[in-house]
Design a protein around this ligand. Structure first.
Ligand code: ADP
Ligand code: MG
Length: 334
């Protein structure tokens, strides 16, 4: 009798464990990339579907090219005020403030310049210094006024939330998963990785950084409950007639594609949005200025892959990082 009771208890516990850690995954295209969400728990399938729907909804609001989006409307309003979704107003507020903090290294109003380089259409060209100078005047963040849910842009100014949208979408998805009772999930939104909780077995997630050169993973991180976001020049760039290459991330202060010692910048932070804007910014700033920014903040860590084959990471990651390939040098930033 006792043995039967034990067997039944074992069966019950086994069933409980299985139902608690039911795994569901969804993959879809949105925001110009492929997204994967894997979550665990009884309601994981439903929760993933809710996230997918929300991210598609956000894309329709924030896209620069979909002609019903808030950003498209603003960019074509010829100076007239537009009423926008609260999410757009929030993101504009956030990114404009962030632009101020970074002395415009990050700038959500850079679109006229990225457009003239052809990054928005794929018809690449190298604009003249005079042209860039003229267009830079349009990127002054004082040209954007956010008053509640009404936004006005000066004529000729244009917005692009491409460096923040995926991060915000990640935060929204994590919020929805939590609301559905999910305690464990991993989201890969086109290189923006977000971890909700730890793995169902309580151990941290292993997140591999992509290698710019091959399919290998040069560095892996063991983390729970955070965002890991990478910006790099190696994914989207073009080569001009003279052989020079130009990457899709521009220095917001000069309007010129980033050309520094960094191959990529990875940020680890609590929020996806913050990690997203920071990864772009750190990539623009380069190692020295990024180190200064890190020393003055206490809310993010970073990993830098450098052109000379070396690796640098901030000391807060020391117990989370595994170095998996040969670097010419490894520096711990303190
Ligand atoms: P990705 O979206 O490729 O993962 P990022 O988050 O770094 O990488 O965003 C890059 C995009 O942000 C560019 O394609 C462009 O639309 C926009 N962008 C480029 N330079 C800047 C900048 N200095 N500040 C804000 N946005 C930028
Ligand atoms: Mg970014």
């Amino acid at each position: 009798m006792k043995r039967i009771r034990f067997a039944l208890l074992g069966l019950f516990l086994g069933f409980l464990a299985a139902s608690c850690s039911k795994e569901s995954s969804v993959a879809f295209s949105a925001m110009n990339t492929v997204m994967h969400i894997t979550s665990y728990g009884k309601k994981s399938e439903k929760a993933n579907a809710v996230c997918k729907k929300r991210i598609e909804e956000l894309e329709k609001i924030l896209s620069t090219t979909m002609d019903d989006s808030d950003i498209f409307k603003l960019n074509n309003a010829k100076g007239k005020p537009c009423s926008v979704h609260p999410e757009t107003a929030f993101l504009l507020d956030f990114t404009l403030n962030f632009a101020k903090k970074t002395g415009n290294a990050f700038n959500p109003a850079l679109y006229p310049v990225t457009r003239s380089w052809g990054f928005t259409t794929g018809s690449y060209r190298v604009p003249s210094a005079e042209e860039i100078e003229k267009l830079l005047a349009l990127t002054d963040i004082r040209n954007v006024l956010v008053d509640g849910d009404t936004v006005s842009l000066s004529c000729g100014s244009m917005l692009d939330l491409g460096a923040a949208g995926k991060g915000f979408a990640g935060d929204e998805a994590v919020k929805l998963l939590k609301e559905k009772g999910i305690k464990s999930a991993i989201l890969d939104l086109g290189g923006n990785v977000q971890a909700l909780g730890c793995k169902p077995n309580g151990k941290p997630w292993t997140i591999g950084l992509r290698s710019p050169e091959d399919d290998g993973v040069p560095v892996a991180l063991k983390v729970c409950d955070c965002a890991v976001v990478t910006s790099g020049g190696y994914e989207r760039f073009f080569t001009a007639e003279d052989g020079r290459t130009f990457v899709h991330i521009l220095d917001g202060r000069t309007g010129i594609p980033v050309e520094n010692e960094l191959v990529s910048a990875t940020i680890v932070a609590e929020s996806g949005l913050y990690a997203d804007v920071l990864s772009t910014t750190v990539f623009v700033l380069g190692k020295e200025a990024a180190t200064e920014l890190w020393r003055g903040s206490h809310d993010f860590e970073m990993i830098l892959l450098l052109e000379d084959g070396s690796l640098a990471y901030t000391e807060g990651l020391s117990d989370k990082i595994s170095v998996l390939s040969d670097f010419s040098k490894i520096e711990i930033i303190r």
